[in-house]
Write a protein that binds this ligand. Structure first.
Ligand SMILES: NC(=O)c1ccc[n+]([C@@H]2O[C@H](COP(=O)([O-])OP(=O)(O)OC[C@H]3O[C@@H](n4cnc5c(N)ncnc54)[C@H](O)[C@@H]3O)[C@@H](O)[C@H]2O)c1
Length: 380
């Protein structure tokens, strides 16, 4: 095998993007596409002369694919991915891996049991900047972390939320900014700073006509006593992407993609305990961190999965790590909606029950708002 045969399930916005991207991956060949909306899939099949399906099980069982990219709305990621895994297929799931941690657990368990490659489209993992930041932490250059901060703000218009029946609804999406727009930043934040053990959040719908949150803020506590803050929104322009990780030996900041790292001459606690100078402060020096120039974006994750299958290249985003951001996302949504602190790992049954209750509140969008129904199941 010198090319991995890929099938894509869900050829709406993102899936169509992957149809085009995959053509540029020498190690991959797109052999089949699937969408419940026949018109969405026909256009690609006719153009590329490949097989089209409207039922994902038929695509997976067709014998045409070795790997499946799942690019449907989030609730469908787990059932489609698990079906594919059980049939021995490698899986690349779009982000977030699932809406609930319980469903995410199932995906991880199945991939392990079936011994199939599993990755998630968190393409920021391929970024040279984030990888350099992660390496600094792995190398112990920051020392023990005592404070973190994440800003993941941007803008989405009402037209965006109106563009599909599922967007911004409990039944169709299972969350707002936290489950859709902020997950890339939250994935990197938990990759660098670790997973908190407790959150206290405030979530709300500030500017949009939608069911789920378009703004969320939370205070975070970590197992070692460190604290953190996070804010995510789709009501801010221009947007800010900022991660700050403070450790005993140094502080790193990634502001809109630019990394700065300051190293302390003496660890913070040691300086505090030993300086005789009442106005003293530890001396810090900016460090020039080399950034690897490498392929980034969606193509890097697709190529990486293909090369993992062909040559055993390590996965840039091992599927099981997808649960870390999902823990934090679920915890913040639950805390914000219930008005109480929430512990991580999130109580699986409590979150399932919460989502079940919230789904009952979903109302069909008005015909004025409804421009494209992505899946009839959402409006039943
Ligand atoms: N990684 C990224 O940068 C990125 C960017 C955008 C979207 N996404 C993710 O991609 C996913 C899809 O988002 P989108 O914006 O493309 O949505 P979309 O509504 O444009 O497309 C979703 C498609 O899935 C199809 N679909 C729904 N249920 C299906 C099923 N059971 N079987 C087959 N097809 C089904 C719909 O008909 C639709 O064509 C989401 O999970 C989203 O978070 C990721």
């Amino acid at each position: 095998m010198d090319k991995v045969r890929f099938g894509i399930v869900g050829t709406g916005g993102m899936g169509s993007g992957h149809v085009n991207t995959i053509q540029k991956v020498e190690e991959a060949q797109l052999t089949a596409v699937c969408d419940v909306d026949e018109s969405a899939v026909k256009v690609h099949a006719e153009k590329l002369g490949i097989q089209a399906f409207t039922d994902y099980k038929e695509l997976i069982d067709s014998g045409l694919v070795d790997a499946v990219i799942v690019a449907t709305p989030h609730y469908y990621h787990p059932p489609i991915a698990i079906y594919a895994m059980k049939k021995g297929k490698a899986v690349l799931s779009e982000k977030p891996m699932a809406v609930t941690v319980k469903a995410g657990d199932e995906m991880i368990k199945t991939a392990k049991k079936m011994k199939v490659p599993f990755t998630i489209m968190y393409q920021s993992r391929a970024s040279g900047v984030y990888r350099a930041a992660h390496q600094l932490i792995e190398d112990g250059r920051l020392g023990e972390i005592y404070r973190t901060c994440l800003f993941a703000s941007g803008f989405r218009s009402q037209a965006y939320y109106n563009s599909a029946e599922w967007r911004g609804t409990w039944k169709g999406e299972g969350g707002g900014v936290l489950i859709n727009q902020a997950p890339h930043d939250i994935d990197i934040f938990t990759w660098l700073g670790g997973v908190p053990s407790r959150v206290i959040a405030r979530t709300g719908t500030r500017r949009h006509i939608m069911e789920c949150e378009d703004e969320a803020s939370a205070m975070l506590e970590y197992p070692n006593g460190a604290i953190g803050f996070m804010h995510a929104s789709t009501v801010e322009a221009p947007g800010t992407s900022m991660i700050e990780i403070c450790g005993e030996k140094g502080k790193l900041t990634i502001y809109n993609g630019r990394l700065t790292f300051n190293e302390l001459e003496m660890p913070l606690q040691q300086f505090n305990d030993t300086t005789p100078n009442m106005w003293g402060s530890p001396k810090s020096t900016p460090v020039d961190v080399p950034i690897e120039q490498r392929e980034g974006g969606h193509i890097a994750i697709i190529r990486n999965l293909a090369r993992h299958i062909l040559y055993g290249e390590p996965l840039l985003m091992p599927g099981e790590e997808g649960i870390n951001s999902l823990e934090l996302i679920n915890a913040v949504i639950l805390s914000g909606n219930k008005g109480k602190p929430v512990r991580i790992p999130v109580n699986r049954d409590e979150y399932e029950e919460f989502i079940k209750e919230m789904k009952k509140t979903t109302k069909p969008k008005s015909s004025l708002m409804k421009q494209r129904v992505t899946d009839p199941q959402h409006v039943k």
